[in-house]
Design a protein around this ligand. Sequence first.
Ligand code: 3PG
Ligand code: MG
Length: 411
Amino acid sequence: MRSLDELDVAGRRVLVRVDFNVPLAEGDDGAPTIADDTRIVAALPTIEELRSRGARLVLVSHLGRPDGHVDPRLSMAPVAARLRELIDGRPTPASVTLAPAVVGDEVRALAEQLHDGEILLLENVRFEPGETHNDPALARALADLADLYVNDAFGAAHRAHASTDGVAHLLPSEAGRLLEREVSTLTGILEHPKPPLVAIVGGAKVADKIGVIDRFLRRADVVMIGGAMCFPFLCAQGHKVGDSLCDDEDTEHARKLLARASDTHAPQPERARLLVPSDLVIGDRLADDAEHRVLDGVEVPRGWMGLDIGPHTVERYSSEIARAGTVFWNGPMGAFEFEPFAAGTRAVAQAVAKAPGLTVVGGGDSAAALAHFGLEHEVDHLSTGGGATLELVEGRELPGVQALDGAGVSL
Ligand code: 3PG
Ligand code: MG
């Protein structure tokens, strides 16, 4: 994949698609504030490099899902304020202006007034109904704001929208540094991992992760299952799951994955060992003061739910992680937001943090888990993507990457 190096940006307007789709919270005055600015901070290397090379930046992002309507609660205003603070702390501060809309005459005039190094942040691109429909008219209006296009929005690269796909075909386009690093790291661990490659997959539903488990069964040495999605696997093995989360569709998926993982006579046998929990922490409900205990084994009694992996499973999983050349982790091991069910996720997070191998953590819930335990800086790569990370790891092409001029070209 080609990168920013290919673009002569000095004195030119560059439209940069960023993923500033950050979680919001309610401030003291009731106005939205940013709960986690990771994605804004992650875009700074590209922003600062372009500014230092004399570019005039027009930044565009979505925030939430306003569905083509202007929703003041999803304005980019708090993002602009945070970006302004971050840019103020930089060697060459510059103005950050929030546009009153996404496109239109007034926005265009603001873009044309930019000086070298200055930033114009467009309003939430999903205020425009054409964004998610990849409407050519919106793509054209966005392209009219700039001379060049850079996509650094890795988290939105699985969407073929006007700001991630359409516009890329209308301007010279390249990948930003974040997108470049995400793609090279996440494809690198599957294509040329330092062995052994160990994958830990957790979260709620097998259906959401089936493509990921599938790909790692073929490429990894060990795949370890945790989180609520272990119950369909345990159920498929004939264990009692009590009141744990478990539906028929997921159990069918799990049954097939288990069969494939153990079929050594298949034309192309799976490489990986597939590990499931051997003990659990069970509780009577999801609460900090829930009744809970460690279950020796995996037969969950009626009236109880499995809500975390148990200490023996933690030991097995941690020792695989410690021996790994490469670790990929996606999805929590239990209901870690509640203290009685946090130990499994905490221990796996700690094992990943101190693993000598290359450690890569998929975004969303796993990022939140790492942050919950204060370990977000202890891994080699913490992905900013949720759905985009999973799709890339599954081996799917990302439209936002495919649309770039340099896609498929390695220099
Ligand atoms: C994300 O948060 O996963 C990305 O920003 C994409 O958002 P979306 O799922 O609303 O398209
Ligand atoms: Mg390491």
